[in-house]
Structure formats: C-alpha cells, structure tokens
Write a protein that binds this ligand. Structure first.
Ligand SMILES: Cc1cc2nc3c(=O)[nH]c(=O)nc-3n(C[C@H](O)[C@H](O)[C@H](O)COP(=O)(O)OP(=O)(O)OC[C@H]3O[C@@H](n4cnc5c(N)ncnc54)[C@H](O)[C@@H]3O)c2cc1C
Length: 485
C-alpha cells in the first residue's frame, strides 16, 4: 500500500472536477486530480455548445435550475481570474410560429421563478434589427441578457492550472477501476497504475459516473449517453450571426441552435439521440442533416459550403433527470456527482462550491492557505494583440514572430508556451485547445508537421511517439521530409 494519503482525490478532470480542484486549492489540503485521458477536459467538456446558459430552461426547484443561475452569476469573476475568454452577449429563444409565443411566455415565467434577471419578450421587428439574417418567419423572441458564450477548453484548462498553481497534483492517463475500502468507508481509489489512498474521493467522472457508483457498491442511478452533433462554420460567416439563437426547446433538449462562438466561428447544433456506447462520438449523415435543417429554420441564409468541421459530444443523461450531487451515507468518504449534463458547463463553478460545502460538512478541515495565488494567466494570444504588443513580445522572444498556423495566426512561441504550461500539452489536441492551432479553415493541413517538430524538441521526445489525443492516435510511423525522428 502507498504511504501517502491525500486529503481528497477527484476522479475526472473535466470542467466539473477541475473546478472542484480549484475550489479546494484555496485551503491547506493535499488534493489529487485524476483522469484516464491524456489531457484535462477530454470528455464532454471538449464537445458542447459552450453557452453560459441564463437558466430559464431548467425545471423550477431542481438542482439544475439553482446551480445554473448561481454558476452563471459567477462567470465574469471566474473568467477574469482564470484569463479565459467569455462574452456575456445575451441569448435569444426565437419563435417561428404563432404557437411558439405561449412557449416563450412560459419560459419567461419559469426563468423568473428560477431567479433569472432581465428576461424580456421582443417583437419580430426588434429581433430582425438585432439579427438581420434571422428567418422572416420570426414571430417574437425571448431575450436573456445574462446568457453568454465561453471558451470551454480554456475554462477547464484554466481551472485545472489554477489548482496546480495552488498545490493540487494532476495525474493523467490514470484510470480509476475501483475503491479502497475500510469497512463501508471509501479510503482511496484503485487505478490501473496502482492504489492511491485518500480521506475523501470525489467522483466527477461524467459519462462513467454510474459505473464508478456501482463499483462503490451503490446502485439506483444510471447514465444514458445522449449524442449531440455539430457543424462549425468558417469565420467569414461570423458577421451573419451576432449572438446565440435557440429555437423553442423540446422535452429532451434545448433544440438545434445557431450561435457565434467565442473564437469567431459560427456553430450549428446539437441534435439529441440516445446511444449505447459511452465512446461513440462519430457524426452521422442523418444527424448532421437534422442539424442543418434545424439551423436553416432559424437562419435560412446559412450555406453548407462554409462548414469546416463536424463533431459530436455525449450528454451524461442521468436517470433522475437532474444533477445528483451527494455524499452517500452508505459509503462514507465518497462524494458522487452524476447526471451533470447541460447546463453543467455553466453550473460548474457553483457545483464546485456545493461540493466544497459537502466536504466541509463531512469533516474535511477547510483552513485557508495564506499563500493562495488568486489568479492564473494563460499563454499569450498573439492574434489578439495590438501591433505594439506583438512587437514587444517578439523582441522578448523571437519565436513569437514565427507564425505556424496561418488561419488562426498562432506562433511558435505559443506552442512552446503550451508545452511548458503548468499542465504541459503532450498531444497535438492539447496544443490545439491551448493555442487554436489547426482550428481554422485548413484544419491543421499547414501547421501539423511544424507543431510535431516543435513539440518533439520542447518535450524532448521522438516525434514518432507523438499522438493526436493519446492512446493509439500516433501521427507517424516513420520520418517525413518535414519531421525527422
Ligand atoms: C451536446 C452537448 C451540448 C452541451 N451544451 C452545453 C452548453 O451549451 N452549456 C452548458 O452549460 N453545458 C452544456 N453541456 C453540458 C456540459 O458540457 C457538461 O455538463 C460538462 O462538460 C460536464 O463536465 P464533467 O466534468 O462533469 O464531465 P466530463 O467533461 O465528461 O469529464 C469527466 C472526466 O472523467 C474522466 N473519467 C471518467 N471515468 C474515469 C475513470 N474511471 N478514471 C479516471 N478518469 C475518468 C473522463 O476522462 C473525463 O475527462 C452540453 C453537453 C453536450 C454533450
């Protein structure tokens, strides 16, 4: 048995686990954040709509409603502290038939009940003024001024790195397979790399939370993966969509929306289809057709020729229909989070505070660290800088003068910084999510060999061992003209 005992082990470094790690890092605690993937945020956190929901949609009285509204209110501060891009641009639910108007009124009433500020119904003319490309069929819209868009990868990486700056340890590629027990009590985790002792274990494992609950000997809860597919459109479409446009919601989803992203693209999706496999993130022709048809109902001028990428994410649909966040009495030492589907990204900062509260009530000593570092800065974003700022950066480090991703204007300096960040990027996708290389129109055709070469040099590894996203996703089996082993 290992001799070290952590105060708390968090299983799952998605946005929820990372936010919990960050919240715990305010205190004098020995905390370990674990994930089976090769980077933080590799689960549902990397594949969603990236909306900071206002909170008018969730059922009144539910944990989803309460934590959505509380989490939303925390975003300005959290994103400023973590140096994460966030725009509180507001969001719309667009009615396209006369029958949609009572639904909009219901959403306003529900939202006010949930404590969402500033909701108003606007006229078709006002909606056309704000979004000139909106369908001529518009019959009215609900405007939610507290809605917004965020960088979901940046939020998770930022939270996890902030936790690391305050002493939290992160171990990746470490799959939890079960729990260490003393009688009923949970006293750590069994992993594929050996046992790890902990006074508390927090399960924030997204789609796999039910499997871990069952491994702890508890049942009565299951997760059904619900797929959502998307299109990402070229930046040149950006001026056609200014904000976040939802249709009226359905019983299982908020509907197929059209939204500007924080990075200046337009995104269409998601649909909602239950699947069996928790790893099935393949896009499908029927799914994408459904998404395009749904998007065209809101913005008829969209053109499939502007698509630069498709992807899919899986919602962790819980059997109770609500977030489940609890310290089960039958397994002292365990805190379980299940069914953290949408609006889980929005709610994550508030969920983290709730978990800290549960741990405190359970007896974990929450003594504030005197040396707490209150902020985390991300790596420089060359494309966002003024001419003077760029010149100053290049004077400091000439590698910022070497553009290696032309579509997104990402420099060698940024890739180098990603390789040496508090949570170093060790895969191409990890560099991509930290710098935006390969996310433009050419989707990595130009930058990939350059990124591999820089990563190999900076990480001191053979380029042939580098992967896209860990596991078997290696790029090369032998050297090329551009990449020499
Ligand atoms: C289609 C879609 C659209 C969405 N849109 C929005 C939106 O616009 N706004 C919003 O607020 N929310 C949205 N959501 C919901 C939001 O994305 C999720 O609620 C949130 O990302 C959940 O984060 P998480 O940390 O709980 O899960 P995850 O990000 O899935 O993290 C769980 C982590 O646990 C790890 N893990 C699992 N099992 C183990 C194990 N045995 N050992 C070690 N590690 C393990 C996984 O590798 C993973 O990294 C959407 C979700 C989907 C799918």
């Amino acid at each position: 048995m290992p001799s070290r005992t952590y105060d708390c082990i968090i299983v799952g470094a998605g946005v929820v686990g990372s936010m919990i790690a960050r919240a715990l890092s305010r205190y004098r605690l020995d905390v370990l954040l674990l994930d089976k993937a090769s980077d933080v945020g590799e689960g549902t956190t990397k594949a969603n709509t990236a909306i900071v929901h206002a909170g008018y949609d969730a059922k009144p009285g539910s944990a989803k409603a309460r934590l959505n509204v509380a989490g939303n209110a925390m975003f300005d501060r959290v994103c400023a502290d973590l140096d994460v891009e966030f725009d509180r641009c507001g969001s719309y639910v667009v009615g396209v038939t006369p029958e949609d108007l009572p639904t909009l009124e219901d959403l306003v009433a529900r939202g006010r009940g949930n404590g969402v500020p500033g909701l108003e119904i606007i006229s078709p003319d006002e909606m056309r003024r704000r979004e000139p490309e909106i369908t001529p069929a518009v019959t009215g819209a609900l405007f939610a001024p507290t809605g917004g868009i965020v960088d979901p990868f940046g939020l998770c990486i930022g939270a996890a790195e902030h936790a690391v700056l305050n002493g939290v340890e992160v171990r990746l590629e470490t799959r939890v397979t079960g729990f260490l027990r003393e009688g009923d009590a949970v006293r750590g985790v069994a992993t594929e790399r050996g046992p790890i002792r902990g006074r508390w274990v927090v399960v924030a494992a997204g789609l796999w939370a039910d499997d871990l609950l069952h491994a702890a000997g508890l049942d009565g809860f299951s997760i059904t993966p619900r797929k959502g597919e998307y299109f990402v459109l070229d930046r040149r479409v950006a001026e056609r969509v200014r904000g976040v446009l939802f249709p009226c919601p359905t019983p299982v989803s908020k509907g197929i929306l059209v939204t500007r992203t924080i990075h200046g693209n337009v995104m269409l999706g998601p649909n909602a289809v239950n699947v069996e496999d928790k790893e099935d993130v393949a896009t499908t022709a029927p799914g994408l057709n459904e998404v395009m048809a749904g998007a065209l109902r809101l913005v008829p001028s969209l053109d499939a020729r502007d698509v630069i990428r498709t992807f899919a994410g899986l919602r962790a649909g819980g059997s109770t229909g609500d977030f489940r966040i609890e310290a089960p009495r039958e397994a002292p030492g365990l805190v379980f989070l299940g069914g953290i589907e949408s609006p889980g990204l929005t709610a994550a900062p508030a969920i983290a505070e709730e978990v800290v509260g549960l741990l405190g009530e359970g007896g974990l000593a929450l003594v504030e660290r005197p040396d707490y570092v209150p902020e985390r800065r991300g790596i420089p974003r060359f494309s966002h800088l003024t001419r003077e700022e760029r010149e100053a950066l290049i004077a400091q480090d000439p590698r910022y003068g070497n553009v290696i991703c032309r579509c997104e204007t990402v420099t060698e300096g940024e890739v180098v910084a990603a390789c040496h960040a508090p949570i170093p990027a060790r895969t191409y996708d990890a560099v991509k999510r930290r710098t935006r290389v390969g996310t433009g129109r050419c989707q990595g055709a130009f930058d990939t060999p350059l990124v591999i070469e820089i990563m190999a040099r900076e990480l001191g590894v053979d380029p042939l061992t580098l992967t896209k996203k860990g596991g078997a996703s290696r790029f090369l089996t032998r050297g090329t003209k551009a990449v020499r082993p």
